[in-house]
Design a protein around this ligand. Sequence first.
Ligand SMILES: [Zn+2]
Length: 133
Amino acid sequence: MSERAAQWTASTLADVRADGWMCGTQWDFFFLYHDVLVMAYACTACPEQALGHLRVERTERVPVRAADVPVAFGDVDLFGYPINELSEVLDPSDRKLLLPASANLQSTNYLSAVSFDACDGERRTPPHPTYGN
Ligand SMILES: [Zn+2]
Protein backbone atom coordinates (compact mmCIF):
# COMPACT_ATOMS: atom_id res chain seq x y z
CA MET A 1 0.00 0.00 0.00
CA SER A 2 1.36 3.39 -0.96
CA GLU A 3 1.65 6.34 1.43
CA ARG A 4 -1.26 8.06 -0.28
CA ALA A 5 -3.48 4.94 -0.07
CA ALA A 6 -2.54 4.40 3.58
CA GLN A 7 -3.33 8.01 4.48
CA TRP A 8 -6.61 7.84 2.57
CA THR A 9 -7.63 4.70 4.46
CA ALA A 10 -6.61 6.18 7.82
CA SER A 11 -8.46 9.42 7.09
CA THR A 12 -11.77 7.56 7.22
CA LEU A 13 -11.13 7.12 10.98
CA ALA A 14 -9.31 10.21 12.13
CA ASP A 15 -7.31 13.28 11.19
CA VAL A 16 -3.99 12.14 9.79
CA ARG A 17 -0.85 13.94 10.98
CA ALA A 18 1.87 13.79 8.39
CA ASP A 19 3.84 16.87 9.36
CA GLY A 20 6.22 15.05 11.69
CA TRP A 21 9.47 13.42 10.75
CA MET A 22 11.02 10.19 11.97
CA CYS A 23 14.66 9.43 11.32
CA GLY A 24 15.21 6.44 9.04
CA THR A 25 11.86 6.51 7.28
CA GLN A 26 10.92 7.22 3.69
CA TRP A 27 7.58 8.53 4.93
CA ASP A 28 5.50 8.33 8.05
CA PHE A 29 2.27 9.58 9.53
CA PHE A 30 0.19 8.99 12.60
CA PHE A 31 -3.31 9.45 13.90
CA LEU A 32 -5.05 9.33 17.23
CA TYR A 33 -8.33 7.45 17.47
CA HIS A 34 -9.92 7.62 20.92
CA ASP A 35 -7.15 6.32 23.24
CA VAL A 36 -5.15 4.53 20.55
CA LEU A 37 -2.27 6.06 18.59
CA VAL A 38 -1.39 4.50 15.22
CA MET A 39 1.93 5.17 13.48
CA ALA A 40 2.40 4.01 9.90
CA TYR A 41 5.65 4.23 8.01
CA ALA A 42 7.96 2.90 5.34
CA CYS A 43 11.55 2.44 6.51
CA THR A 44 14.44 2.88 4.12
CA ALA A 45 14.36 -0.89 3.44
CA CYS A 46 10.66 -1.11 2.59
CA PRO A 47 10.31 -2.12 -1.08
CA GLU A 48 8.85 0.50 -3.42
CA GLN A 49 8.24 2.90 -0.52
CA ALA A 50 5.19 0.79 0.41
CA LEU A 51 3.70 0.71 3.90
CA GLY A 52 5.82 -1.78 5.83
CA HIS A 53 5.29 -0.97 9.48
CA LEU A 54 2.42 -0.21 11.82
CA ARG A 55 2.82 0.56 15.49
CA VAL A 56 -0.32 0.78 17.61
CA GLU A 57 0.00 2.26 21.08
CA ARG A 58 -2.28 3.01 23.99
CA THR A 59 -2.11 6.62 25.12
CA GLU A 60 -1.97 5.38 28.73
CA ARG A 61 1.59 4.37 29.61
CA VAL A 62 0.52 1.48 31.85
CA PRO A 63 -3.02 0.59 30.78
CA VAL A 64 -5.11 -0.98 33.53
CA ARG A 65 -8.36 -1.21 31.55
CA ALA A 66 -9.47 -2.12 28.04
CA ALA A 67 -8.96 0.46 25.27
CA ASP A 68 -11.93 2.52 24.13
CA VAL A 69 -11.73 0.90 20.69
CA PRO A 70 -10.94 -2.70 19.71
CA VAL A 71 -7.64 -3.49 18.00
CA ALA A 72 -8.36 -6.82 16.37
CA PHE A 73 -5.83 -9.51 15.51
CA GLY A 74 -7.81 -12.40 14.04
CA ASP A 75 -10.67 -12.73 16.50
CA VAL A 76 -8.74 -11.38 19.50
CA ASP A 77 -9.02 -7.78 20.73
CA LEU A 78 -5.38 -7.09 21.65
CA PHE A 79 -6.17 -4.12 23.88
CA GLY A 80 -9.39 -5.59 25.26
CA TYR A 81 -7.98 -8.10 27.74
CA PRO A 82 -5.19 -8.18 30.34
CA ILE A 83 -1.90 -9.70 29.24
CA ASN A 84 -2.44 -12.85 31.34
CA GLU A 85 -5.72 -13.58 29.51
CA LEU A 86 -4.25 -12.71 26.09
CA SER A 87 -1.32 -15.06 26.63
CA GLU A 88 -3.79 -17.92 27.22
CA VAL A 89 -5.71 -17.45 23.95
CA LEU A 90 -2.89 -16.50 21.55
CA ASP A 91 -1.02 -19.22 19.68
CA PRO A 92 2.64 -19.45 20.75
CA SER A 93 3.83 -17.97 17.43
CA ASP A 94 1.35 -15.09 17.72
CA ARG A 95 2.39 -14.58 21.34
CA LYS A 96 6.01 -14.27 20.19
CA LEU A 97 4.99 -11.89 17.38
CA LEU A 98 2.74 -9.63 19.39
CA LEU A 99 4.00 -9.58 22.96
CA PRO A 100 7.28 -7.87 23.82
CA ALA A 101 9.98 -10.27 25.00
CA SER A 102 9.94 -8.49 28.35
CA ALA A 103 6.17 -8.98 28.82
CA ASN A 104 5.16 -10.60 32.08
CA LEU A 105 2.63 -13.22 30.94
CA GLN A 106 1.01 -13.20 34.40
CA SER A 107 0.44 -9.44 34.35
CA THR A 108 -3.10 -8.15 34.83
CA ASN A 109 -2.15 -4.92 33.02
CA TYR A 110 -3.07 -4.46 29.39
CA LEU A 111 -0.69 -4.29 26.43
CA SER A 112 0.67 -0.79 25.91
CA ALA A 113 1.71 -1.30 22.26
CA VAL A 114 1.93 -3.76 19.41
CA SER A 115 3.91 -3.58 16.16
CA PHE A 116 3.11 -5.17 12.83
CA ASP A 117 6.00 -5.43 10.36
CA ALA A 118 5.51 -6.57 6.78
CA CYS A 119 9.10 -5.63 6.00
CA ASP A 120 12.11 -7.33 7.58
CA GLY A 121 14.33 -4.31 7.06
CA GLU A 122 13.84 -2.64 10.36
CA ARG A 123 12.24 -3.83 13.56
CA ARG A 124 13.27 -1.12 15.93
CA THR A 125 10.79 0.99 17.84
CA PRO A 126 10.38 4.35 16.15
CA PRO A 127 10.73 7.50 18.21
CA HIS A 128 7.50 8.63 19.80
CA PRO A 129 5.89 11.52 17.96
CA THR A 130 4.22 14.33 19.83
CA TYR A 131 0.47 14.61 19.65
CA GLY A 132 -2.13 16.88 21.13
CA ASN A 133 -5.23 16.10 23.16
ZN1 LIG B 1 10.57 -1.42 6.29
